[in-house]
Design a binder for this molecule. Structure first.
Ligand code: ADP
Length: 450
C-alpha cells in the first residue's frame, strides 16, 4: 500500500480523498494555488505544497508543478478527484513515465472514453445500447443535413471532445441545422481544441440514468446500480438520487450486467460511470466518465461502500473488497448540489462566509470545504457543498432532506439552497416523476429563466 498520496484537486472532493486516506493510514499531500492558502483541504492534509497562482491553468492544471510537488514530498500516487486533470490522458501518461501511480484508469481508457465518437464505437462493439445517430464524425454541413433527414428531427449535434454540457446544440428542425452545426463546432474548437462533431437523435422525454461500475484492471468488474440525475439545468446535474425511482430490479440487473461485462472485457481499473438516457423502457448510452463522479456519495449511501478507498486499493494492486453478490441496495439516497450562486440567474456569488453550520443527525452527510470566515475565491467552480441524505425509503430520504436543508446555515453569500426548498414542495419531485427537461421548464415558469 502507498505511504503517501497527493490530491491534485481542491474543495470538497480534496477533503473526501484526504478522509479516505486517513482512515487507511495513508499520508496526504494537498496542493493549492495562492488563492487557496487558507482553504480547508490545505488545513486538513498532512502536508501541503503551493503550486502556483490563482489561475487553474498555472496551478491545478499545471502538470510540472504537480509532479514537482510529488517529488518534494515523496508522494507515490496521485488522486485527481473530478474535473481538473482527472480525465487528462496526457497527464496519466506522464505519471506512468515518472513511475508515479495514477489513482484511476489507464491513459488508454481515458483516451478512448474522452473522445465521444470512439467511446460510442467501443461501447457499441461491447454490446452496450446507444442513441441512434451518425456513424462517427460529421465533417460538413451537407453531411449534417443528410443525417438530420435520415435520423429524423429533432437531433442534437455534439462535439466529440465536449464535456460539462458544452459543445452540444439541438436542431429542432432542418431550418436550425446550419446554426446548431456551426455553434457546436465552434464551441468544441474554443473549449476543447477540437471541432469534430457527431449527431444523435434528440430524445424528447428521457431520464438521465447512469450506472456506477468498478473494475480491478484484471478482468473483474462489478456494477453498483444506477443514479437518476435527470434534474438538470443547462445539462448540469443539480439533484441526484439512487436507486432511480423509475428503474425496476430486473432492469437494473440487466443493464448493470451489460455495463460490468463491458468494463471487465477491456480490463478497466477503478471507478467509472456509464451514462444513459432512458426512455420508454430502453437505455441509450451517451458517454462514459472515467473518474469518480460528483454524485458518487448516493451510491456509497445505498451500498455502504467507500468508493475512494476502493479506488486507492485497486491502484495499489490489491483486489476489490466486494463481488457482485455482496452488493445489496439498502434504502434510498439523495444528493443536492449547493452552489454559491445568486438566484434566479445562477450567477456566481463568491465572497466571505460569515456563518456556517452543517446539518447533522441520522442519515445526513455534508461534504463541504466551507468554514465560518472562509472566503470563496472567484476563480473556480461554484460548488461549495453537497448535502447527501439516506433513508430506508424514498419518502424518508425526502423528509430528511427537507429537515437537513432547514438546519443548514451558509451566511455571507447567496446559495442554491432556496431552489431545493422550493423543489421539495413540487408533487413531481415528491413522486419522482421527472425527465431531463423538467427542471428547465420549472425554472422558466417559477424563476423567469429562458
Ligand atoms: P457532457 O459530456 O457535456 O456532460 P453528455 O453527452 O453527457 O454531455 O450529455 C449531457 C446531457 O445532455 C444529458 O444528461 C442530457 O440531459 C442531454 N443530452 C445528451 N444527449 C442527448 C440526446 N441524444 N437527447 C436528449 N438529450 C441529450
Amino acid at each position: 500500500m502507498f505511504k503517501k498520496i497527493l490530491i491534485a484537486n481542491r474543495g470538497e472532493i480534496a477533503l473526501r480523498v484526504i478522509r479516505a486516506a486517513r482512515e487507511m493510514g495513508i499520508g496526504s499531500v494537498a496542493v493549492h494555488s495562492t488563492a487557496d492558502s487558507d482553504a480547508m483541504h490545505v488545513r486538513m492534509a498532512d502536508e501541503s505544497v503551493c503550486i502556483g497562482p490563482p489561475s487553474s491553468q498555472q496551478s491545478y492544471l499545471s502538470i510540472p508543478s504537480i509532479i514537482a510537488a510529488c517529488e518534494i514530498t515523496g508522494a507515490e500516487a496521485i488522486h485527481p478527484g473530478y474535473g481538473f486533470l482527472s480525465e487528462n490522458a496526457g497527464f496519466v501518461q506522464i505519471l506512468e513515465d515518472h513511475g508515479l501511480t495514477f489513482i484511476g484508469p489507464t491513459a488508454e481508457h481515458i483516451r478512448i472514453m474522452g473522445d465521444k465518437i470512439t467511446a460510442k464505437d467501443t461501447m457499441k462493439a461491447l454490446g452496450v445500447p446507444c442513441v441512434p445517430g451518425s456513424e462517427g464524425g460529421v465533417p460538413t454541413l451537407a453531411d449534417a443535413q443528410r443525417i438530420g433527414e435520415e435520423v429524423g428531427y429533432p437531433v442534437i449535434i455534439k462535439a466529440t471532445a465536449g464535456g460539462g454540457g458544452k459543445g452540444m446544440k439541438v436542431a429542432q428542425t432542418a431550418k436550425d441545422m446550419e446554426r446548431a452545426f456551426q455553434t457546436a463546432r465552434a464551441e468544441g474548437k474554443s473549449n476543447f481544441g477540437n471541432d469534430e462533431v457527431y449527431i444523435e437523435k434528440y430524445l424528447t422525454t428521457p431520464r438521465h440514468i447512469e450506472i456506477q461500475v468498478f473494475g480491478d484492471g484484471k478482468g473483474r468488474a462489478v456494477h453498483l446500480g444506477e443514479r437518476d440525475c435527470s434534474l438538470q439545468r443547462r445539462h448540469q446535474k443539480v439533484f441526484e438520487e439512487a436507486p432511480g425511482p423509475s428503474i425496476t430490479p430486473e432492469e437494473r440487473a440487466r443493464i448493470g450486467k451489460v455495463c460490468s461485462d463491458a468494463v471487465a472485457n477491456i480490463n478497466y481499473i477503478g471507478a467509472g460511470t456509464i451514462e444513459f438516457l432512458y426512455e420508454n423502457g430502453e437505455f441509450y448510452f451517451i458517454e462514459m466518465n472515467t473518474r469518480l463522479q460528483v454524485e458518487h456519495p448516493v451510491t456509497e449511501g445505498i451500498f455502504g461502500v467507500d468508493l475512494v478507498r476502493e479506488q486507492i486499493n485497486v491502484a495499489a494492486g490489491l483486489p476489490m473488497s466486494f463481488q457482485q453478490e455482496d452488493l445489496e441496495i439498502n434504502g434510498h439516497a439523495i444528493e443536492v448540489r449547493i452552489n454559491a450562486e445568486k438566484l434566479p440567474n445562477f450567477s456566481p456569488c463568491p465572497g466571505r462566509i460569515t456563518q456556517y453550520h452543517a446539518p447533522g443527525g441520522l442519515g445526513v452527510r455534508m461534504d463541504s470545504a466551507l468554514y465560518a470566515g472562509y472566503t470563496i475565491p472567484p476563480y473556480y467552480d461554484s460548488l461549495i457543498g453537497k448535502l447527501i441524505v439516506h433513508g430506508r425509503h424514498r419518502a424518508e430520504a425526502l423528509a430528511r432532506l427537507e429537515r437537513s436543508l432547514s438546519e443548514l446555515i451558509v451566511d455571507g453569500v447567496d446559495t442554491t439552497v432556496p431552489l431545493f426548498h422550493a423543489l421539495l414542495q413540487e408533487p413531481d419531485v415528491q413522486s419522482g416523476n421527472y425527465n431531463i427537461h423538467w427542471l428547465e421548464h420549472w425554472l422558466e415558469t417559477h424563476m423567469g429563466e429562458s
